[in-house]
Write a protein that binds this ligand. Structure first.
Ligand code: OOG
Ligand code: MG
Length: 262
């Protein structure tokens, strides 16, 4: 459809406002049925620019819908990406106010910290390993701004792929010598194990998710700069959380990471 610039900026303000106020809005494709994923990434870019102008720095990117469990849960079979802002950072074990979010869900993820930039096209996992400083266990807290957490691909992309908060564990490990495919994880909710998986759930290898992300960004003339954080996508389905809940991910050889909701 190729929306004009004024509409892109207005829709970016509309969706970012819903995020900041923790309010639901109707799916964008109800009002704009012909919205393309290109339009949606234009809206997402505009949200990123609005936040950056406000001093909320972009610290990295997240890939989403990279596992079958996530695709099946959301009914969307195409991976997407979003940006990560400094205001989304929550320290390990710190509390998140449930009132600041709409209907948060928690995802166990493997995060990469890059020491060198990555730029597509043709980025492959060898380059990802060469550019990676460390790997860190992560919990992503997603919070769709759409009613009932229901969306299609274009709508979720425009909504920055439901990005809301993320937590990194205290232990960073070298990727060298680790088999990320067989790296097992357990997600606990209030001490009860609720979801299980291994790195291979994410596109066969979480490093492939970083390469895919660099290639998707490259199509839009963007890159993963040195120092970027990359969340590679939920290994399991996302687990709902409310005030009083504590979620902890344990990763084999990666230690653990927790978040509390109050
Ligand atoms: C979209 C974001 C998905 C992931 O890790 O798969 C995502 C959503 O499910 O709301 O962050
Ligand atoms: Mg995620």
């Amino acid at each position: 459809m190729a929306l004009d610039r004024a509409t892109i900026v207005a829709l970016a303000q509309h969706l970012e406002g819903a995020q900041l106020d923790a309010r639901t809005v109707p799916q964008l494709t109800i009002e704009y049925p012909a919205l393309t994923t290109g339009d949606a990434y234009d809206i997402q870019d505009a949200i990123r620019q609005i936040k950056e102008q406000r001093g909320d720095m972009t610290v990295g990117y997240k890939a989403g819908l990279t596992s079958r469990a996530k695709m099946a849960q959301m009914g969307v079979g195409t991976p997407c990406y979003g940006f990560l802002s400094s205001s989304f950072v929550v320290a390990d074990g710190e509390a998140i106010k449930a009132s600041e979010l709409i209907h948060p869900r928690v995802e166990p993820e493997i995060a990469f910290m890059l020491k060198h930039p990555l730029r597509g096209p043709n980025c492959h996992i060898g380059q990802v390993f060469a550019a990676t400083e460390v790997i860190v266990p992560a919990l992503e807290v997603i919070d769709s701004r759409y009613r009932d957490f229901k969306f299609d691909l274009a709508s979720v992309v425009a909504d920055n792929s439901s990005s809301a908060r993320f937590v990194l564990g205290a232990q960073a490990v070298q990727a060298t010598g680790l088999d990320l495919r067989t790296l097992g994880i357990v997600l606990e909710k209030n001490g009860v194990p609720v979801a299980f998986g291994a790195g291979a759930a994410v596109l066969g290898n979480p490093a492939a998710s970083v390469a895919m992300l660099a290639n998707m960004l490259g199509e839009r003339g963007l890159e993963l700069p040195a120092g970027s954080l990359v969340l590679t996508g939920g290994i399991t389905e996302a687990i709902g959380a409310a005030a009083g809940d504590v979620l902890t991910m344990h990763g084999h050889g990666l230690g653990q990471v927790s978040v509390r909701f109050v």
